[in-house]
Design a protein around this ligand. Structure first.
Ligand SMILES: [Zn+2]
Ligand SMILES: [Zn+2]
Length: 129
């Protein structure tokens, strides 16, 4: 039960890395768990969640906090922004442009930027009339 146990590259961690590397829908921990369980039926949610946290802490994946909803996870770590639909949970990528860095004050060295745009997608707006 030592901390070092969590740092080993276990088969579970490899699986979670593979799942995130092969999808672009920014799954929640719950969705990653379902996909992992399809491959390893005995994997537990706690194991999946812990490995997601370790991978995010190590910078191998992104953890995207969603206001009022569960965190989403992303296998693409290169700088990019996101939009999400508050109605259906759709979550997609948007490119970042140098303009996005402009709010930083003069002399500030920008090393990272998190952009998450919330709203409603076209399909949900159409369904609502
Ligand atoms: Zn939607
Ligand atoms: Zn993304």
């Amino acid at each position: 039960m030592g901390q070092e146990c969590g740092r080993r590259d276990t088969p579970q961690r490899k699986l979670i890395r593979t799942i995130l590397g092969s999808c672009h829908d920014h799954p929640t921990a719950e969705t990653v768990f379902e996909r992992a369980r399809a491959v390893r039926p005995h994997i537990g949610f706690g194991t999946v969640y812990r490995n997601l946290s370790v991978l995010a802490d190590d910078g191998e994946i992104l953890r995207l906090p969603v206001p009022g909803g569960p965190d989403r996870f992303d296998g693409t770590v290169a700088d990019h922004g996101h939009f999400y639909c508050r109605s259906c949970g759709a979550f997609g990528d948007v490119p970042l442009t140098p303009d996005h860095h402009r709010p930083a004050p003069d002399g500030f060295s920008v090393e990272g930027l998190v952009l998450i745009v919330g709203g409603r997608c076209a399909a949900c707006l159409a369904a609502e009339g």
